[in-house]
Design a protein around this ligand. Structure first.
Ligand code: FAD
Length: 418
């Protein structure tokens, strides 16, 4: 039996563990913490083939520069003189081109559909992941929002996805219990959603059935190479040897990648969320969605709760949280849902945050490297780690088993910035 060590126990690491264990591998997952201190818990839980527009767009760079200095804005880059941030910034700006957005639509669609297929046809049948295929509403308030949404819909329809532009009347029919201050929405009928916390807890207990060894408080500090392969990884307590290794340590992957000499720009993009019990008198939203101009997501989770989340704060993973940014999220919620008025004071003890691993173009890094025969990288998923989590695990398994991958992964090449 071949043995694999996976570095990182977020969705990408655990999903890889599941596919590899099912294929007969002996699997060890190392996590620097207790497997819960990561980005895979309090996120919005969208499983969204509809996210076929790469993160690095000309629009986000233009808007981001305007927003950078506003502490309540949805996008913020903490200015600092740091080589990895500068490298990432240059890569991101260079990648933010219309032709890249067009070119990457197909690989994003294909990996998104593959992942959704796996969640719907494999995971949901074998675990209780609270998955629902109800679509997703991207709600806009302005004519500019409508115009941009029309382009996104046309792009989605060209990709063959079930996506349509709807007006306020149709939106009200879909959400009859909540007053919405908007002029229309994109109805991404192709999308699903799940409860991320439930998914992660189910996944961990399921892995025990496959005898996967989950090792908490095992921070990998070094990687030892022998004859072009990784020989073992070093943690404070023990060295771990294996036939193969998977780098899936989310926003912390950059440091280990750079130890390995891999040019893989990556930063942490912090987002915040709050989860509230659904009070049917005040809060009865039926679908998950995005408030376009508010840059905020909302998702019904865990059967009786609703989650509001957002912001992209490019900062160090040890930077203190700026809880005030949640005020921007709550304001956006009130702007769109005027009857929902949540005070910051009432939620400040419930704020969650996590760091999205954002690559130099916002596209994942999934693949082998030229430098090391027995390494697979699975990180950089930015705002799509949950959505693409199932497919990522499957692809990691296919790569380590030297099988043909289920989708073309050349757009996710690990060394594309070399
Ligand atoms: C507000 C918000 C909303 C979001 N909404 C969505 C959504 O709707 N849909 C979606 O698809 N995605 C969403 N995301 C993004 C998604 O949460 C991330 O892409 C995903 O969780 C990343 O998973 P990961 O496994 O790569 O990293 P993580 O979940 O962060 O896991 C990385 C793990 O590696 C471990 N680790 C790090 N370094 C080491 C080391 N040296 N040694 C050992 N272990 C190490 C960490 O402890 C951690 O457990 C959202 C994110 C945020 C913040």
């Amino acid at each position: 039996m071949s043995k694999v060590v996976i570095i990182g126990g977020g969705i990408c690491g655990l999903s890889s563990a599941r596919y590899l264990a099912k294929a007969g591998w002996e699997v060890i997952v190392l996590d620097k913490n207790d497997f819960t201190d990561n980005c895979s818990y309090g996120n919005a839980g969208f499983v969204c083939p509809s996210h076929y527009v790469q993160l690095a767009t000309p629009g986000i760079v233009k808007q981001g520069i305007k927003w950078m200095l506003n502490s309540r804005s949805p996008f913020y880059i903490q200015p600092r003189l740091n080589k990895s941030l500068v490298n990432w910034g240059i890569s991101f700006m260079k990648s933010a081109k219309k032709e890249n957005v067009e070119r990457h639509g197909i690989p994003l669609r294909d990996i998104g559909l593959l992942s959704q297929y796996e969640y719907e046809n494999v995971w949901q049948k074998e675990m209780n992941i609270a998955y629902e295929h109800k679509g997703m509403l991207e709600i806009f308030q302005t004519e500019k929002g409508k115009e941009e949404s029309a382009h996104v819909v046309a792009f989605g329809q060209r990709l063959g996805l079930d996506v349509e532009l709807i007006g306020l009347d149709e939106l009200t029919q879909l959400e009859p219990n909540t007053k919405i201050n908007a002029i229309g929405a994109i109805n991404y009928k192709c999308d699903g959603h799940l409860s991320p916390g439930k998914l992660m807890e189910e996944l961990k207990s399921d892995l025990l059935k496959y005898k996967v060894k989950l090792v908490p408080h095992a921070k990998v500090t070094d990687v030892i190479i022998k004859n072009g392969s990784i020989d073992y990884v070093v943690t404070d307590s023990e060295n771990f040897y294996a036939d193969a290794f998977v780098l899936a340590s989310g926003s912390w992957s950059g440091k280990l990648a750079s130890n390995l000499g891999l040019k893989m720009p990556l930063v942490g993009g912090r987002g915040y969320s709050v989860t509230l019990p659904i009070d049917k008198k005040q809060l009865d939203i039926l679908h998950p969605g995005i408030l376009v101009e508010g840059r905020c997501a909302f998702t019904p989770v865990e059967g009786d709760k609703i989650r509001f989340g957002g912001t992209m704060e490019i900062t160090q993973t040890d930077a203190l949280p700026r809880y005030g940014r949640v005020e921007g999220i709550l304001k956006a919620v009130h702007d769109f849902f005027p009857e929902i008025d949540i005070s910051f004071e009432s939620v400040k003890e419930k704020i969650w945050y996590g760091f999205r691993p954002v690559s130099g173009d916002g596209m994942p890094y999934i693949g082998k490297t030229k430098a090391y025969r027995n390494l697979v990288v699975a990180t950089g998923h930015a705002q799509l780690g949950i959505s693409l989590g199932a497919a990522t695990g499957l692809l990691v398994k296919e790569l380590l088993e030297s099988e043909k991958t289920s989708v073309d992964i050349s757009a996710f090449a690990v060394e594309r910035f070399s």
